[in-house]
Design a protein around this ligand. Structure first.
Ligand SMILES: Cc1ncc(COP(=O)(O)O)c(C=O)c1O
Length: 407
């Protein structure tokens, strides 16, 4: 018999309905300032409870558990598809955006000499995947350099120029919200130009669910889109969606060959060996939790307001010039440029990030892009302005010391 576990959002009082979730609603260590939601997310307690109940059910009777999964995964998929305003037939569950991108890349055959376009803002691990897939086909990876301060019109024309010059482009891989630089790319224009040039488009929407009200509307027309549910929607880790247009979906097979393989997309993705799918089943609870606790629109407004103020505060404290960065583009993530001698590459960025975590007990993201270092601040609903004020008070001294050491 299946034990019915109650998922978050399936009840709750009127008071809960008014209040946006706060730090106490998450299992985050209150001794640490968690200002880097964008990297790994954070899961609300009721979702963790639901997850634990699902795991207990699985462990209580594994045979019965695996007998129930098909219908339950389909139901969870339908809820996520509704949240993303797409049809359940277009959406497959994958463990993460890397798996979504890898699945698409593995499904394609590239003619020798064909180009795969990406940008110099492409997430590093996805870029590695593109290069790895291109090599055996003899395909060529070509990179669009997008200046940090490029306007949306400039970005669109940079893509159009690259598409028009050189060998045919088979695939364009483009971020919706960039990881190192927190930029929102003009997808409608990029998708249209790519299709006009005969290229398919894979949108890496890792950050988009929860941050954008309608990520798939913004990526409309793209052949493939993948987005994480464990980032801004606060689902359990290991939850992401892959959405494919009908004409290409049938070419997609999961990375793991298993019993689901003969099934049509997206059902083929539901069964990939004996894997733990409790995260997939729990993720609709996270969507419902935020819908009930103040609503997604209010959550986005709060996150954006918090991070906008935080960026201004930190920029002032660090005497950073924001002229070269877009201050108000990707909701809930913002850049503050660092001194030119700091975080000039990935390793030194990681070392600085660790130092800030160790010395200030502040988790932030330090990114390095085009030889320059940036502080990338995130804000979710549990973040309070005082946390950024705390960072703004202490960070200048730490960075001054790091600069002296780097000189
Ligand atoms: C733009 C972008 N793409 C892909 C990924 C990879 O996500 P995951 O590690 O969950 O596969 C990330 C992770 O931060 C990202 O920011």
């Amino acid at each position: 018999m299946t034990t019915q576990v109650q998922k978050p959002g399936a009840g709750g009082g009127a008071e809960a309905a008014r209040a946006l979730p706060a730090l106490a609603d998450f299992a985050l260590d209150p001794e640490v300032h968690h200002l880097n939601h964008g990297s790994f997310g954070a899961v609300p307690r009721p979702v963790l409870d639901h997850l634990a109940a699902l795991r207990a059910e699985m462990e209580g009777n594994p045979d019965a558990w695996w007998r129930t999964l098909t219908g339950r995964i389909a139901a969870a998929r339908a809820e996520v598809a509704a949240f993303l305003r797409t049809s359940p037939d277009s959406l497959a569950f994958v463990p993460n955006a890397s798996a979504g991108a890898s699945t698409v890349l593995a499904s394609l055959r590239f003619p020798a000499g064909a180009r795969i376009l990406m940008t110099d803002h492409t997430y590093g691990a996805v870029a590695m995947g593109v290069r790895r897939v291109a090599a055996p086909h003899g395909a060529v990876v070509d990179t669009v350099h997008v200046p940090l301060d490029a306007s949306t019109e400039e970005i669109s024309s940079l893509f159009a120029e690259k598409l028009a010059s050189g060998a045919p482009v088979a695939l364009v891989v483009v971020d919706q919200i960039t990881s190192p630089t927190a930029r929102l790319f003009p997808l409608p224009e990029i998708v249209a130009a790519s299709h006009a040039a005969g290229a398919r488009v894979l949108v890496d929407g890792a950050h988009a669910p929860g941050l954008l009200a309608d990520p798939l509307g913004h990526a409309s027309g793209a052949d493939y889109w993948t987005g994480n549910l464990h980032k801004w929607t606060c689902g359990p880790r290991g939850t992401a969606a892959l959405v494919a247009a009908e004409n290409v979906a049938r070419e997609l097979v999961p990375l793991v060959n298993s019993w689901g393989a003969p099934n049509p997309y997206p059902h083929s993705f539901d069964e990939q060996g004996t894997q733990d799918v409790t995260g997939w089943l729990a993720v609709p609870g996270s969507l419902a939790f935020f819908a009930e606790r103040g609503g997604w629109e209010a959550a986005r407004e709060t996150m954006d307001r918090t991070v906008t103020a935080a960026q201004a505060l930190l920029a002032e404290a660090l005497r950073a010039d924001l002229a070269g960065v877009r201050v108000n583009e990707a909701p809930s993530m913002r850049l503050i440029p660092l001194s030119p001698v700091l975080a000039t590459d990935r390793d030194s960025a990681a070392a600085l990030q660790l130092r800030i975590a160790d010395e200030l007990r502040c988790e932030v993201s330090v990114t390095s892009w085009d030889g320059r270092g940036f502080l990338r601040l995130s804000a979710h609903v549990y973040n309070r302005p005082e946390e950024y004020a705390y960072l703004a008070e202490r960070l200048p001294a730490l960075l001054a010391a790091a600069e002296r050491e780097a000189a």
